[in-house]
Ligand binder design. Sequence first.
Ligand SMILES: [Zn+2]
Length: 238
Amino acid sequence: MELSRKEALAIYLSAALFVASVASAAEIRAQHEHWRKGCPGEVQIDEQGIRFIPQTSGAKAHLWEWSWQDVQRLELSADRIVVVTYDDVRWRLGADRAVRFRAATGHDFLGAYQLVRDRGDVRLVAKVADRREPALWEIPVKRLGRTQGSHGRLRAGPKRLIYESLSDNKSMTWKYTQIQNLSSLGADRLVLTTSLGQSVFQLKAPLDQTRYDELWRKIQGAQGLSAPPIVHGEETGR
Ligand SMILES: [Zn+2]
């Protein structure tokens, strides 16, 4: 009895320590991507921001460091991170500077995603399927692409809409606050609009009207708009 209680405590403590270590910082072996080849190092992500510590030191070594307020957008997929800053690229008028990092073989940024998924001060573009969000419902879909679509499932949670793709690096997770509009296109298409563009989903199973309305209200609610009572067949008037 005593032993099992000690064991339980040990398990509890190690779990708590694990959560604490996961929740504070992540260090991922990665490459800073260049035109031809990358320079190896480590991407570090914590509460203050994101930095890249190169493996080699010296005057020409690429050391990067941003606090979260200086990151205009953090695009995160399993194997890649793109930091878009507010700095201009001098030789391209008005273009924002984007710095890219690729995870080293056998490493990924999925743990880093867990660190930033709930932060309000990180403007995250999550190119991963969130696994912690409880699913209210999901339907099989095809996401239409410019050249080639991908297949997967569209999953609605309390705070997020998730596209979990069967193809590598095609998944997405949007917080409802990031979705500007949702509309239907014909009977079997959903159009999602964010500040970065539109995503069109072809529904492989019918989406119940109640669920569509609920989703629409969540998105409007997240935009800070009070949801008017929905009259079926009427324009939403946005
Ligand atoms: Zn470099």
